[in-house]
Write a protein that binds this ligand. Structure first.
Ligand SMILES: Cc1cc2nc3c(=O)[nH]c(=O)nc-3n(C[C@H](O)[C@H](O)[C@H](O)COP(=O)(O)O)c2cc1C
Length: 156
């Protein structure tokens, strides 16, 4: 299978963009940009996301750990870049508030505080199933990702 073509076709499917966050043992917030977020179940309330097996963030995720899931607004492209490892100093450092033990990003349009239930190794990724402990939302348009970042804003 041609990897470039796989990425090209996957990029035709529009998604929102999240930052997954944890409070590290060092007291710092660690995060990763992820668009693999998916809602799974209402009863019990479960969500999921998929992490590259060999990523630096992935080994930090263990069952019982609390993970914040922050849905980005269209104004948070620089934050998305920063947590995807791309240097972007066009905005100041992000601010976080704690919900349960999860860092929640200021300015996001939706968030979940979750607790990891299950890690499922699949191919070169680990699929993480996490239970929702708390959640919230605010007005605003999402940042979209398909073949690059897009803004929904006024176009809908
Ligand atoms: C829009 C977007 C979505 C991404 N989604 C994911 C994802 O769902 N899972 C993942 O493992 N990496 C994803 N990545 C890549 C990671 O954000 C990036 O590789 C990250 O910097 C890896 O950091 P780490 O090696 O320190 O864990 C995404 C990147 C972008 C720009």
């Amino acid at each position: 299978m041609n990897e470039e073509k796989l990425k090209l076709v996957a990029g035709k499917f529009p998604t929102g963009v999240t930052i997954l966050t944890i409070l590290g043992e060092d007291g710092d917030v660690h995060g990763i940009t992820a668009n693999s977020f998916v809602s799974i179940s209402l009863k019990p309330p479960l969500v999921g996301f998929s992490l590259m097996e060999l990523g630096n963030f992935t080994p930090l995720i263990i069952p019982g750990m609390e993970v914040g899931i922050n849905i980005l607004s269209e104004d948070q492209k620089a934050t998305s870049n920063r947590y995807a490892g791309v240097e972007d100093n066009s905005v100041p450092d992000e601010q976080f508030t704690m919900k349960s033990n999860c860092p929640i990003l200021s300015g996001c349009i939706g968030w979940y505080a979750t607790k990891v239930k299950q890690l499922i190794p699949i191919g070169d990724h680990i699929f993480v199933v996490s239970e929702i402990l708390d959640l919230g939302e605010s007005d605003g348009s999402p940042l979209l990702y398909y073949a690059g970042y897009k803004s929904v804003g006024k176009n809908l």
